[in-house]
Design a protein around this ligand. Structure first.
Ligand code: GLN
Length: 516
């Protein structure tokens, strides 16, 4: 491939133009990701007639794998591919995977003897498409975030706001997706909703390819000659990685169908990552580098709690909205899945407010650990709002304002933790393993997704063909889960607050720059 031509006048709105290329690419990637994810639980429970439990568990396995794979993608990018090639390859896999989902097959039916008859071939196509998406996200998600970090030299004060802009791109994609794909899926058929997600990813890929000159050669492989060198298998190192990934999709295809295997994989990946981090900290770093890496790792562990609560959105909260929420306003019934777009809409509205708030607070600006603890407390409070809402609805459905309030609090929590966290990874991590550490950041989300699906099953309800029988009983079940999540958020949030002074010390001033 030819070297990219460079462009003059490299800034837009005070940021490198490359940021906006990554913004658009990630916007479309998240459009496809969230569009499909919002449809998933309904597609499984209403079209293929999965019961709640198996639907939640499949989503848990998929979501866990999708966020676990970036560790591998990040590691391969650090050592071999570089971030740009990894993102490109991931994008191609994603287009293929999303288009595969557009094939919906025959709808499940209930036989005379009460058994559910499913289109098994269509389901296998579906699982294989999920595997391609899992691999695609594995190569794209962490590496595109690391590439954002590469656009800013160390100490560049614009880094945090760069990540906030990038995070808005994520959420513009997700807001549009949950409205457009859910509408297409429910009004015209699942294939249209999933297909739209695939078309979105295709736009993302085109933007990334076309925008390459604006990346100014960032994110290229560390050692391009070695990458081109033939290995003993006859392929270059680069093509060997691509080939192994395709072969690996077949393994993931099987894994996504086995929740217990995913559980084991998560444990192995988590333990292996911690061992590698410890090895790296002990053998490769001085005291300051080591303590920063420890602080980062502790922060990442706490994100598991945050996302486990937050990710109820796609299972228990989605079903709660469908079943017991009064969704009617001005004579229009809002579709349950469309409530998911509130999170993204609130991010778009409040991200600039939070970015300004941190700056305005000046020396009172809380450090990253304190912000993380606020995040966890806020997500807990969101469930507190739902507990209140259910208790106030003595008879019949719950008013929708409570879910809106819950998503508002969840979003405020997310803004205290997620963009701040991505930026923190690119600063606290040793430069040579930044891709890997970004992968570990998402691996934490992977564990949360798994835990989230198990938690969601506390509120699994037996249905008849996807419909609940007794609203009052359903409310009681959701109340129990939400109370539990409220207390969990309070407990872990306060715990992190208590140890935040120690973490601040371990960050050795990086945090001061982070908050500028
Ligand atoms: N919503 C964000 C995204 O899609 C954060 C996901 C995460 O880190 N768990 O990028």
């Amino acid at each position: 491939m030819n070297a990219p031509s460079t462009v003059n006048n490299n800034e837009l709105l005070g940021h490198p133009k490359g940021l906006f290329i990554l913004f658009v690419t990630e916007m479309w990637e998240r459009f496809s990701f969230y569009g499909m994810k919002a449809l998933l639980i309904f597609y499984l429970t209403q079209y293929h007639l999965f019961n709640d439990q198996s639907g939640n568990l499949l989503i848990g396995s998929y979501a866990a794998l999708v966020y676990a794979m970036p560790v591998l993608g990040g590691f391969l990018a650090d050592r071999y591919l570089g971030f740009r090639k990894a993102v490109l390859f991931g994008g191609i896999l994603l287009v293929l995977g999303h288009l595969g989902l557009a094939f919906e097959g025959r709808e499940a039916s209930i036989a005379a003897n009460g058994d559910v008859v499913r289109d098994d071939f269509a389901l296998q196509v579906f699982y294989f498409s999920l595997a391609l998406i899992i691999m695609g996200v594995g190569f794209l998600k962490a590496n595109i975030s690391s590439l954002v970090g590469e656009l800013y030299p160390p100490g560049d004060k614009r880094r945090d706001s760069g990540f906030t802009i990038f995070y808005m791109g994520i959420n513009i994609g997700s807001a549009a997706a949950t409205i457009v794909c859910v509408w297409l899926g429910e009004a015209y058929g699942w294939g249209y909703g999933f297909g739209a997600a695939g078309v979105g990813m295709f736009f993302g890929l085109i933007s990334f390819v076309k925008g390459r000159p604006y990346l100014l050669g960032k994110g290229e492989p560390r050692n391009p000659e070695q990458l081109r060198k033939k290995t003993r298998y006859g392929l270059s190192q680069e093509w060997l990685i691509y080939t192994l990934t395709i072969l690996g999709s077949a393994v993931v295809w099987q894994m996504v169908q086995s929740h217990s295997t995913v559980e084991k994989l998560l444990m192995v990946a988590g333990a292996a990552s911690l061992i590698y981090i410890t090895y790296y900290a002990v053998t490769q770093l001085d005291k300051v580098g080591r303590e920063r890496l420890i602080a980062l790792t502790v922060l990442i562990v706490f994100t598991v709690i945050f996302w486990a609560l937050f990710e109820q959105a796609y299972t228990s909260l989605n079903l709660f909205a469908d079943r017991v929420l009064d969704r009617e306003i001005f004579g229009i019934t809002i579709k349950a899945g469309q409530f998911l777009s509130l999170n993204a809409i609130f991010i778009i509205l409040f991200a600039p407010v939070f970015a300004m708030l941190w700056v305005k607070l000046g020396r009172f600006n809380p450090n990253t650990a304190v912000k993380f603890s606020f995040g966890i407390i806020l997500v807990g409070l969101g469930f507190g709002a739902l507990v209140l809402g259910i208790n106030l609805a003595t008879m019949g459905k719950v008013a929708m304002i409570w879910l809106v309030l819950a998503y508002l609090l969840h979003t405020w929590g997310e803004l205290c933790l997620s963009p701040v966290g991505l930026s923190a990874v690119t600063k606290l991590s040793p430069p040579k393993i930044v891709g890997f550490m970004m992968g570990v950041w998402f691996l934490a989300t992977a564990s949360s997704e798994f835990i989230a699906s198990v938690l969601a099953n506390i509120a699994a309800i037996d249905t008849e063909g996807g419909e609940i029988k007794d609203i009052e009983m359903a409310k009681g079940v959701y109340l129990e889960l939400f109370e539990y999540l409220f207390y969990a958020g309070m407990f872990f949030g306060v715990l992190l607050l208590a140890i935040s002074p120690l973490l601040k010390k371990f960050m050795h001033g990086v945090d001061r720059e982070l908050n500028n």
